[in-house]
Write a protein that binds this ligand. Structure first.
Ligand code: CA
Length: 221
């Protein structure tokens, strides 16, 4: 899952990027509002983490521009501003939730998962189908052939990308896009390698190959 972090504080930015990367998310980090808007025009993100106090264009203006242009990615505000008015303007302006600084990484991660769950229309903490399920907290997966198998960060990211919309086919470049952030080195056969190791752990039928198009996890019939 690919996230955009918009945060001008270097210490917070590094800490958040590090913690989210350790949890299996691909995180791109920008430090001002205009760069954030430019980046969002060209790159798909599954979720945006947006600081409010930013140089140039502040967070609430970034949010307003995004939503006005029809951009619908889930968005979580990170704010040191404890004014009720800012929080309400953020939520009413189209943010999904906010986290008050200073926050614990565990809380940020839990809120992020909650936002993604709500957006996917499910209150269930597990992602999955009848054939395969994934726990975003422990990064363990289960299938008819294996239970509670621990996945690596990249295996987790790949399976998560496929399980967000069972039945949808993702190409190699779409999968790479969701698994790797800027600056990550991507080996040419990395996606095939991850799929091979997921099949070894969970059974060969869990991820289907759609010839010439990509891969998918089947929808429940
Ligand atoms: Ca700031």
């Amino acid at each position: 899952m690919r996230l955009l972090l918009v945060e001008d504080d270097a210490m917070i930015g590094e800490a958040v990027q590090g913690a989210l990367s350790d949890s299996g998310y691909a995180v791109d980090w920008v430090t001002d509002g205009l760069t954030a808007l430019a980046t969002l025009r060209t790159q798909h993100y599954d979720l945006i983490l947006l600081d409010l106090g930013l140089p140039g264009k502040d967070g609430l203006s970034v949010l307003a521009s995004l939503r006005a242009s029809g951009h619908e990615a889930p968005l979580l505000i990170l704010t040191a501003r404890d004014s009720l008015d800012d929080r309400l303007r953020g939520l009413d302006g189209g943010a999904d939730d906010y986290v008050l600084k200073p926050f614990h990484m565990a809380e940020l991660l839990a809120r992020l998962r909650a936002v993604l769950r709500r957006r996917s229309g499910s209150a269930q903490p597990l992602l999955g189908t009848r054939a395969v399920s994934l726990d975003p907290v422990s990064k363990c997966a289960s299938s008819s052939e294996a239970s509670e198998v621990q996945l690596s960060n990249r295996e987790f990211a790949l399976l998560q990308a496929l399980l967000i919309r069972p039945g949808a086919i993702l190409s190699r470049s779409e999968l790479e896009d969701r698994i790797y952030a800027w600056g990550n080195e991507v080996e040419s056969n990395a996606v095939e390698f991850l799929i091979h190791s997921l099949r070894r752990k969970l059974g060969s039928q869990v991820i289907k190959n759609v010839r010439g198009m990509g891969w998918m996890v089947s929808k429940d019939a």
